[in-house]
Design a protein around this ligand. Structure first.
Ligand SMILES: Nc1nc2c(ncn2[C@@H]2O[C@H](COP(=O)(O)OP(=O)(O)OP(=O)(O)O)[C@@H](O)[C@H]2O)c(=O)[nH]1
Ligand SMILES: [Mg+2]
Length: 470
């Protein structure tokens, strides 16, 4: 087999073999090209078969995940993967390790920033009053200096992830620090496989890599895993330092409630042999860019063989224009509203309260294109909501209409549920049932149960509709 290389076509020119290629090299190259072509033909054939099966078989069930940024859409998608594609989900552990490393470094970065702010006595965006904090002693300053290499790890991991995954660092005006950039990734770019290989030096991902080998190269001092391991004790000292805790408190930085919080698990996640558990992967935070489609085939039960397509979208305001083309032809939308955010301002607009998920919900229920679509509401992050209420944070302070009702979870959740139900009833263009779940999608057990119920409900509706059509 030989290729024609067209001199006028830059791609063809770039692919041209080196002019000084030996006979053996040429044979090896041709053999590898033939193998690649064979693989590509097999994949094409498989895709063609899939398309044909889909055309012949019952229509795929399509579910769109919607909600503001950090509401838990991608985490819900991970639950679908655990349920229907556990093998593939677990084979991606190595890539999630890098994301978790990035999350850890980011939390440390936030603490170091808080110390710098206190040193400069600069006003913080959310400080209750000016920074009359504890004094920062030489020990803490030394710790800060020793942890500075971590900032390079952050840059390294970000550039690696963006290189393979068409990612982008978007400025996210987080409550706690303006202009703090957060890495966002479009997962259609197969960043996971590519990144796992980059991290592990593997050539091909094996079919069952649930027992992926540790990803650090013990001999490479620049390997992020090694740097994190070397800084582990200092990070633990920093996180448990009383002055730091006081500073964070004064600056109203509740790291425990933030996305991608792993500081309570530092010895484990910084160990050289660390492999993320399912729970870790669910808690790992990587912002989504664009819209990605995920296909699952139901492998058991009455709906065996049925294909599901789940669409995950970026929830950041800049991403929302991309949602509309997907409104058509969905069997259901799972809308996530993070009710724990009642006391925070919206990440991307510090003037808007996070509960302005309510506004987004109004826009969705009243949308003309969605008038016949099943809407399923997840009032999410109830674990954080419960912790906040238990800590004495009052809903009525932020949602004035709550007035003097009891500040416990039962009453607040019923109130919020009614609020969302009322909007659905009032604003929907056609009458529609109100499906609502109180969720914590980082809890796989309860989420599995909810997703199974949704699956059954949609299958029943789908069957009923097909029966009506015949
Ligand atoms: N404690 C807790 N954390 C949650 C829950 N749901 C999601 N999270 C965490 O919140 C963070 C954000 O969740 P994502 O699923 O990435 O949010 P998203 O809606 O996909 O956000 P975008 O991609 O920016 O639109 C992640 O670190 C999750 O682990 C929950 O119910 N409880
Ligand atoms: Mg996401």
């Amino acid at each position: 087999m030989s290729h024609e290389y067209n001199e006028d076509d830059p791609l063809s020119k770039a692919l041209r073999p080196p002019p000084d290629e030996t006979q053996t090299e040429c044979e090896a190259r041709l053999a590898s090209e033939a193998k690649a072509k064979e693989m590509s033909d097999i994949i094409d054939e498989e895709l063609e078969k899939q398309k044909l099966a889909e055309r012949k078989g019952p229509k795929a069930i399509k579910v769109l995940l919607l909600g503001q940024s950090e509401s838990g859409k991608s985490t819900t998608l991970k639950n679908f993967q655990i349920l229907y594609e556990p093998k593939a989900f677990r084979s991606e552990r190595a890539s999630w390790r890098a994301v978790i490393q990035l999350n850890v470094v980011r939390s440390i970065h936030l603490i170091l920033d808080a110390i710098t702010r206190a040193q400069n006595n600069a006003p913080s965006t959310t400080s209750r009053d000016s920074l009359r904090g504890p004094s920062i002693g030489p020990d803490l300053l030394k710790l800060k200096l020793r942890l500075s290499p971590l900032l390079q790890v952050e840059q390294f991991l970000t550039s690696r992830l963006t290189a393979v995954g068409s990612g982008e660092s978007e400025p996210t005006q987080l409550t706690y620090s303006r202009n703090f950039k957060e890495l966002a990734i479009n997962s259609t770019m197969q960043w996971k496989g590519a990144f796992a290989r980059l991290m592990t030096g593997e050539k091909e991902s094996s079919d069952d890599s649930s027992d992926v080998e540790p990803v650090s190269d013990p001999n490479d001092p620049n390997d992020p895993g090694n740097i994190l391991h070397a800084c582990s004790d200092d990070m633990i000292s920093l996180w448990s330092n009383e002055v730091v805790q006081e500073l964070l408190d004064i600056q109203n930085l509740r790291l425990e409630e933030m996305a991608g919080f792993f500081l309570d698990s530092l010895p484990r996640v910084t160990s050289p042999n660390y492999i993320p558990t399912d729970d870790d992967i669910l808690r790992a935070r990587l912002k989504t860019l664009g819209v990605t489609e995920h296909r699952f085939t139901i492998t058991h039960g009455a709906s065996l063989g049925r294909v599901w397509k789940v669409f995950d979208v970026g929830g950041h305001r800049s991403q929302r224009a991309a949602w509309v083309p997907y409104f058509d032809d969905m069997d259901a939308i799972i809308f996530l509203a993070p009710i724990s955010c009642f006391d925070q301002v919206l990440a991307e607009d510090i003037k808007v309260n996070r509960l302005d998920s309510v506004k987004l919900w109004s826009a969705i229920v009243s949308n003309e294109l969605l008038k016949n679509t099943n809407l399923i509401l997840f009032l999410n992050k109830i674990d954080i909501m419960k912790a906040k209420l238990a800590a004495g944070i009052k809903l009525s302070k932020y949602v004035v209409s709550y007035a003097d009702r009891p500040n416990d979870f039962d009453h607040t959740s019923v109130y919020l549920r009614k609020k969302f139900a009322g909007i659905s009833k009032e604003k929907s263009l056609l009458p529609r049932p109100f499906y609502c779940h109180l969720t914590s999608v980082t809890d796989t057990k309860s989420t599995k149960y909810i997703l199974s119920n949704i699956k059954d409900m949609l299958m029943r509706r789908n069957l009923a509709e097909s029966a009506l059509l015949t």
